[in-house]
Design a protein around this ligand. Structure first.
Ligand code: TMP
Length: 206
Protein backbone atom coordinates (compact mmCIF):
# COMPACT_ATOMS: atom_id res chain seq x y z
CA UNK A 1 0.00 0.00 0.00
CA UNK A 2 1.51 3.37 -0.97
CA UNK A 3 1.21 6.05 1.68
CA UNK A 4 -1.30 8.78 0.87
CA UNK A 5 -0.35 12.42 0.50
CA UNK A 6 -0.68 14.89 3.34
CA UNK A 7 -1.81 18.34 2.19
CA UNK A 8 -2.46 21.27 4.52
CA UNK A 9 -4.15 24.60 3.81
CA UNK A 10 -3.24 27.73 5.71
CA UNK A 11 -3.94 31.44 5.85
CA UNK A 12 -5.20 34.23 8.06
CA UNK A 13 -8.89 34.29 9.00
CA UNK A 14 -10.96 35.38 6.01
CA UNK A 15 -8.50 33.94 3.43
CA UNK A 16 -11.18 31.52 2.20
CA UNK A 17 -9.21 28.36 2.82
CA UNK A 18 -12.14 26.29 4.13
CA UNK A 19 -13.95 26.76 0.80
CA UNK A 20 -10.75 25.82 -1.04
CA UNK A 21 -10.31 22.72 1.16
CA UNK A 22 -13.72 21.40 0.15
CA UNK A 23 -13.11 22.25 -3.51
CA UNK A 24 -9.70 20.55 -3.59
CA UNK A 25 -11.09 17.47 -1.83
CA UNK A 26 -13.87 17.22 -4.44
CA UNK A 27 -11.36 17.49 -7.31
CA UNK A 28 -9.17 14.75 -5.83
CA UNK A 29 -12.19 12.51 -5.22
CA UNK A 30 -13.16 12.94 -8.89
CA UNK A 31 -9.70 11.60 -9.65
CA UNK A 32 -10.59 8.50 -7.61
CA UNK A 33 -8.48 9.25 -4.57
CA UNK A 34 -9.80 8.34 -1.16
CA UNK A 35 -9.77 11.69 0.67
CA UNK A 36 -9.90 12.32 4.40
CA UNK A 37 -10.86 15.95 5.02
CA UNK A 38 -10.13 17.22 8.48
CA UNK A 39 -9.23 20.35 10.44
CA UNK A 40 -7.25 21.81 13.33
CA UNK A 41 -7.70 22.49 16.08
CA UNK A 42 -10.09 19.55 16.09
CA UNK A 43 -10.57 16.48 13.95
CA UNK A 44 -11.08 14.09 16.88
CA UNK A 45 -13.62 13.97 19.69
CA UNK A 46 -11.12 15.31 22.23
CA UNK A 47 -9.64 17.72 19.68
CA UNK A 48 -13.05 19.27 19.03
CA UNK A 49 -13.54 19.77 22.78
CA UNK A 50 -10.15 21.50 22.94
CA UNK A 51 -11.18 23.60 19.94
CA UNK A 52 -14.24 24.83 21.81
CA UNK A 53 -12.06 25.93 24.72
CA UNK A 54 -9.48 27.54 22.42
CA UNK A 55 -12.06 29.54 20.45
CA UNK A 56 -14.20 30.56 23.41
CA UNK A 57 -13.86 34.35 23.74
CA UNK A 58 -14.73 34.26 27.42
CA UNK A 59 -11.83 31.87 28.11
CA UNK A 60 -8.63 33.83 28.84
CA UNK A 61 -5.38 31.83 28.90
CA UNK A 62 -1.61 32.21 29.03
CA UNK A 63 0.03 32.26 25.60
CA UNK A 64 1.98 29.09 26.44
CA UNK A 65 -1.25 27.33 27.44
CA UNK A 66 -2.71 28.21 24.06
CA UNK A 67 0.31 26.78 22.23
CA UNK A 68 0.32 23.63 24.38
CA UNK A 69 -3.39 23.03 23.80
CA UNK A 70 -2.90 23.38 20.04
CA UNK A 71 -0.19 20.71 20.17
CA UNK A 72 -2.24 18.52 22.54
CA UNK A 73 -5.10 18.51 20.04
CA UNK A 74 -2.58 17.83 17.26
CA UNK A 75 -1.12 14.82 19.08
CA UNK A 76 -4.58 13.21 19.20
CA UNK A 77 -5.26 14.17 15.61
CA UNK A 78 -2.07 12.57 14.28
CA UNK A 79 -2.58 9.43 16.34
CA UNK A 80 -6.28 8.88 15.67
CA UNK A 81 -6.83 10.35 12.21
CA UNK A 82 -3.86 11.56 10.15
CA UNK A 83 -1.34 8.71 10.55
CA UNK A 84 -3.95 5.91 10.11
CA UNK A 85 -5.43 7.60 7.03
CA UNK A 86 -2.02 8.04 5.38
CA UNK A 87 -1.09 4.45 6.24
CA UNK A 88 -4.19 3.07 4.50
CA UNK A 89 -3.36 5.10 1.38
CA UNK A 90 -5.89 7.93 1.83
CA UNK A 91 -4.99 11.50 1.04
CA UNK A 92 -5.37 13.83 3.99
CA UNK A 93 -6.55 17.39 3.35
CA UNK A 94 -6.16 19.30 6.58
CA UNK A 95 -7.58 22.77 7.19
CA UNK A 96 -4.62 24.19 9.19
CA UNK A 97 -1.73 22.38 10.87
CA UNK A 98 1.54 23.33 12.59
CA UNK A 99 2.33 26.32 10.36
CA UNK A 100 -0.74 27.93 11.99
CA UNK A 101 0.88 27.54 15.41
CA UNK A 102 4.08 29.23 14.20
CA UNK A 103 2.01 32.03 12.61
CA UNK A 104 -0.65 32.60 15.34
CA UNK A 105 1.06 31.61 18.59
CA UNK A 106 4.59 32.46 17.35
CA UNK A 107 4.02 35.52 15.13
CA UNK A 108 0.71 36.70 16.55
CA UNK A 109 1.15 36.08 20.28
CA UNK A 110 4.95 36.13 20.49
CA UNK A 111 5.76 32.60 21.72
CA UNK A 112 9.46 31.92 21.03
CA UNK A 113 9.66 29.81 17.86
CA UNK A 114 12.40 27.64 19.41
CA UNK A 115 9.86 26.42 21.97
CA UNK A 116 7.41 25.65 19.18
CA UNK A 117 10.12 23.74 17.31
CA UNK A 118 10.65 21.53 20.37
CA UNK A 119 6.91 20.79 20.57
CA UNK A 120 6.77 20.19 16.82
CA UNK A 121 9.54 17.60 17.09
CA UNK A 122 7.95 16.00 20.17
CA UNK A 123 4.46 15.72 18.71
CA UNK A 124 5.22 15.06 15.05
CA UNK A 125 8.59 13.30 14.98
CA UNK A 126 9.39 13.31 11.26
CA UNK A 127 5.81 13.88 10.08
CA UNK A 128 5.46 16.95 7.84
CA UNK A 129 2.89 17.76 5.16
CA UNK A 130 3.92 16.82 1.62
CA UNK A 131 2.48 20.12 0.45
CA UNK A 132 1.14 23.23 2.17
CA UNK A 133 -0.95 25.81 0.36
CA UNK A 134 -0.69 29.19 2.00
CA UNK A 135 -3.57 31.48 1.02
CA UNK A 136 -2.01 34.86 1.46
CA UNK A 137 -3.85 38.16 1.56
CA UNK A 138 -3.60 41.53 3.32
CA UNK A 139 -5.30 41.42 6.75
CA UNK A 140 -7.58 44.34 5.88
CA UNK A 141 -9.08 42.25 3.04
CA UNK A 142 -9.47 39.21 5.32
CA UNK A 143 -11.01 41.45 7.92
CA UNK A 144 -13.58 42.83 5.51
CA UNK A 145 -14.62 39.27 4.64
CA UNK A 146 -14.56 38.11 8.26
CA UNK A 147 -16.56 41.14 9.45
CA UNK A 148 -19.63 39.37 8.08
CA UNK A 149 -19.24 36.84 10.92
CA UNK A 150 -21.76 37.77 13.60
CA UNK A 151 -20.07 36.19 16.62
CA UNK A 152 -16.29 36.37 16.15
CA UNK A 153 -14.31 33.77 18.14
CA UNK A 154 -11.27 34.41 20.37
CA UNK A 155 -8.96 34.76 17.34
CA UNK A 156 -11.34 36.48 14.92
CA UNK A 157 -11.91 39.26 17.44
CA UNK A 158 -8.19 40.20 17.36
CA UNK A 159 -7.09 43.57 15.96
CA UNK A 160 -5.45 44.14 12.60
CA UNK A 161 -1.89 44.41 13.96
CA UNK A 162 -2.25 40.86 15.31
CA UNK A 163 -3.17 39.58 11.83
CA UNK A 164 -0.28 41.52 10.29
CA UNK A 165 2.06 39.59 12.58
CA UNK A 166 0.28 36.31 11.79
CA UNK A 167 0.68 36.98 8.08
CA UNK A 168 4.39 37.76 8.51
CA UNK A 169 4.74 34.57 10.57
CA UNK A 170 3.26 32.56 7.72
CA UNK A 171 5.43 34.23 5.07
CA UNK A 172 8.53 33.62 7.19
CA UNK A 173 7.63 29.90 7.42
CA UNK A 174 7.13 29.86 3.65
CA UNK A 175 10.63 31.29 3.17
CA UNK A 176 12.11 28.64 5.45
CA UNK A 177 10.32 25.75 3.74
CA UNK A 178 10.11 26.79 0.09
CA UNK A 179 9.99 23.22 -1.21
CA UNK A 180 6.89 22.43 0.88
CA UNK A 181 4.91 25.68 1.16
CA UNK A 182 3.31 27.21 -1.91
CA UNK A 183 2.06 30.77 -1.51
CA UNK A 184 -1.21 31.49 -3.31
CA UNK A 185 -2.46 35.05 -3.83
CA UNK A 186 -5.87 34.82 -2.14
CA UNK A 187 -6.91 38.38 -2.94
CA UNK A 188 -7.85 37.31 -6.50
CA UNK A 189 -11.27 36.11 -7.72
CA UNK A 190 -12.28 32.64 -6.63
CA UNK A 191 -12.27 31.43 -10.28
CA UNK A 192 -8.60 32.40 -10.69
CA UNK A 193 -7.68 30.69 -7.44
CA UNK A 194 -9.53 27.54 -8.45
CA UNK A 195 -7.67 27.51 -11.78
CA UNK A 196 -4.39 27.51 -9.89
CA UNK A 197 -5.67 24.80 -7.53
CA UNK A 198 -6.73 22.65 -10.49
CA UNK A 199 -3.18 22.86 -11.86
CA UNK A 200 -1.75 21.95 -8.48
CA UNK A 201 -4.12 18.95 -8.25
CA UNK A 202 -2.98 17.84 -11.70
CA UNK A 203 0.69 18.04 -10.64
CA UNK A 204 -0.07 16.11 -7.45
CA UNK A 205 -1.84 13.30 -9.29
CA UNK A 206 0.94 12.75 -11.82
P1 TMP B 1 -10.44 28.04 11.68
O1 TMP B 1 -11.35 29.20 11.94
O2 TMP B 1 -9.63 28.19 10.44
O3 TMP B 1 -11.09 26.70 11.78
O4 TMP B 1 -9.32 28.04 12.84
C1 TMP B 1 -9.64 28.33 14.13
C2 TMP B 1 -8.71 29.35 14.71
O5 TMP B 1 -7.64 28.71 15.38
C3 TMP B 1 -8.10 30.31 13.71
O6 TMP B 1 -8.42 31.62 14.10
C4 TMP B 1 -6.62 30.10 13.84
C5 TMP B 1 -6.45 29.41 15.17
N1 TMP B 1 -5.32 28.47 15.23
C6 TMP B 1 -4.20 28.83 15.95
O7 TMP B 1 -4.16 29.93 16.52
N2 TMP B 1 -3.17 27.95 16.05
C7 TMP B 1 -3.18 26.72 15.46
O8 TMP B 1 -2.23 25.95 15.56
C8 TMP B 1 -4.37 26.36 14.71
C9 TMP B 1 -4.43 25.02 14.07
C10 TMP B 1 -5.41 27.27 14.63
Amino acid sequence: MTRGKFITLEGIDGAGKSTHCAWLAAVLRERKHDVCMTREPGGTELGEKLRQILLDRSQAMHLDTEALLMFAARREHIDKVIAPALARGSWVICDRFTDATFAYQGGGRGVDSRRLEILEQWVQGGLQPDLTLLFDLPPEVGRRRASKIRHPDRFEQEHEAFFQRVRQGYLQRALEAQARIRVIDASRDIEQIQQELAMIAQELCR
